[in-house]
Design a protein around this ligand. Structure first.
Ligand code: NDP
Length: 329
């Protein structure tokens, strides 16, 4: 790609956030130019578009931690023009220009081929949230948790990570308990995704006893704070919890009792710096294990200029499941 092209992109600057016509010459470093088709709204995108701290490491920057599109040009032999590719994290929309735009220039090492059986739209519907849900499931499997181990608690269940975790685990035969603050509004949706029981998140969100009734073989947590501490206190002997998020808070106000008296483990999940072999493994499993009908039922689609509104909604806990951004709409 030698010619310069003009396209639309969101920009977060020192003083405001806006969409403006942008030139490919402004995209920065990278050996591969991608024509983006879809991005998405993750919690981090909500923070970035709202100019909250913690995501953007430099300004001005095009936000968007996800992209799915086609290779327009690459100096890497591994990538041919027209190949369908995706990126989740890897600094996209944090340290370098991201996916909420019609073009992105990236490091080809960060790209993953879109699995053949998934459309680009569905790959974006999965996005970082679904990738992280799969990393959480793999972490449980790698630590010996199986469908016969016992029920698995999923917190933040109506959100992006949570809803895909519910669908994945239920599809794999696990008994899933979905914790949500929106039982009245989203209870039927969560049961449709495969949850066999619902738990009001208020039961987990306040300080609790260091050890509680053993109830779950595992926990997939995207909430943190008291919720994760109470979930740890309810794990069975030898149970496993994964921690990826902080929707309630970054604190972990607990005790060592579940670790030393019940031998439970807590394992961290980081999607941003996942090595490429793990990315490939997770995406192959997503293509194999995630029910496409359920994925479609938890996905909404918006136009590029609606991303700002969706950002406010995700921070207010009002989005359900996954929101894809069609950057051409
Ligand atoms: P969403 O906003 O889609 O989901 C978060 C869910 O958490 C909400 O839908 C809500 O579920 C619940 N929630 C919100 N506020 C609170 C609260 N105060 N107390 C308890 N529960 C709450 O976000 P994502 O799914 O995109 O991300 C979830 C978290 O995971 C975020 O913190 C995000 O930064 C993190 N994350 C981390 C990654 C990593 O690599 N470590 C990758 C992806 C995400 P409900 O209404 O059902 O209660």
């Amino acid at each position: 790609m030698t010619e310069t092209e003009m396209f639309n992109a969101w920009w977060v600057g020192e003083d405001d956030t806006h969409i403006r016509p942008t030139s490919t010459a402004e995209l920065g470093e990278g050996d591969t130019l991608v024509r983006v088709e879809f991005s998405g709204i993750n919690y981090k995108d909500g923070l970035a578009l709202s100019r909250r701290p913690g995501v953007l490491r430099t300004l001005p920057l095009i936000p968007g931690i996800d992209l799915v599109g086609m290779v327009r040009s690459s100096t890497q032999e591994r990538w041919s023009v027209g190949e369908r590719v995706l990126i989740n994290g890897a600094g996209l929309g944090e340290t370098h220009n991201g996916g909420l735009a019609q073009f992105a220039r990236v490091n080809g090492d960060d790209l993953v081929r879109v699995p053949e059986t998934l459309s680009n739209f569905r790959a974006a519907a999965i996005g970082t949230a679904g990738f992280t849900a799969m990393l959480s499931v793999l972490a449980l499997e790698d630590r010996g948790i199986t469908a016969s181990s016992g029920p698995v608690l999923v917190t933040g269940a109506s959100g992006g990570v949570g809803s895909i975790a519910v669908a994945l685990l239920a599809g794999l035969g696990y008994e899933v308990v979905a914790s949500t603050g929106r039982i009245a509004e989203q209870g039927n949706f969560l049961r449709h995704l495969g949850a066999s029981a619902l738990l009001d998140r208020a039961e987990l969100s306040e300080p609790g006893k260091p050890l509680q009734k053993q109830s779950y073989a595992a926990v997939v947590d995207s909430v943190g704070s008291h919720t994760l501490v109470n979930a740890l206190a309810r794990l069975d002997y030898g149970g496993v919890a994964t921690s990826c998020g902080l929707a309630q808070g970054i604190d972990l106000p607990g005790t060592v009792m579940p670790f030393i008296l019940r031998g439970v483990s807590l394992t961290g999940i980081n999607s941003v710096y996942a090595p490429s072999a793990l990315r490939e493994r997770a995406w192959q499993r997503l293509a194999r294990d995630l029910d496409i009908g359920l994925l479609d039922s938890l996905t909404s689609s918006i136009a590029l200029d609606e991303a700002g509104t969706a950002a406010e909604q995700i921070l207010a806990g009002k989005l359900r499941g996954r929101t894809v951004v069609d950057v051409d709409a």
